[in-house]
Design a protein around this ligand. Structure first.
Ligand code: FAD
Length: 145
């Protein structure tokens, strides 16, 4: 684990799991893509389990386990649960919402180009929508200061 300049252990997300675990790989991939700093700790036997987590038997655990900087842990979590815990799944502020063109169901988040539902899948439209989305983002920020 990395240390900060005071010599204390920097609080980071920690992920514990079995080597070659597909579930753990999925979470690591998600954290990497989301630029969340984390430590990956492989548990290969009961000794690792005891040393790292204070549980005596690896087979008793629902792996992988993710531990957040405040010390809370989720056992065998879904990506959505992790995102929720990181504060990224929020509720809209208003029950009804007058959305901008190209705005997604997440207020203030816009989509342009092939990724947008119902797009015509052409270069010119992708570029045009990209430029429009930038304008709408500016308007959104102006209205929601
Ligand atoms: C074979 C082919 C021929 C085509 N011919 C034409 C044509 O003649 N005329 C025409 O107008 N259109 C054509 N199109 C369609 C055109 O290419 C697309 O409509 C256009 O490229 C869409 O642009 P975009 O920016 O929306 O998406 P893309 O050009 O697909 O760009 C999306 C980018 O996001 C990246 N990305 C994806 N996921 C992630 C992630 N999680 N993190 C970071 N980056 C990510 C991708 O790597 C990619 O670089 C063709 C498409 C194909 C496949």
């Amino acid at each position: 684990m990395m240390n900060d300049t005071t010599g204390q252990s920097a609080a980071k997300v920690r992920l514990y799991g079995l080597p070659n675990s597909a579930e753990a790989y999925k979470i690591r991939d998600f954290l990497n893509r989301s630029v969340v700093e984390f430590d990956w700790i492989e548990l290969t036997n009961d000794q690792d389990c005891d040393r790292e987590l204070g549980f005596s038997a690896l087979s008793d655990l629902r792996l992988p386990i993710i531990e957040f900087p405040d010390g809370t842990q989720l056992f065998s979590p879904s990506i959505r649960e992790i995102a929720q815990r990181l504060g990224w799944v929020t509720q809209p502020k208003f029950r009804e919402y007058d959305s901008f063109f190209l705005e997604t169901s997440v207020p203030g988040s816009f989509a342009a180009g092939d990724v947008r539902h119902g797009s015509v899948k052409r270069v010119a439209s992708a570029v045009g929508e990209g430029a429009m989305a930038v304008t709408f983002v500016h308007q959104y920020l102006e209205e929601n200061r």
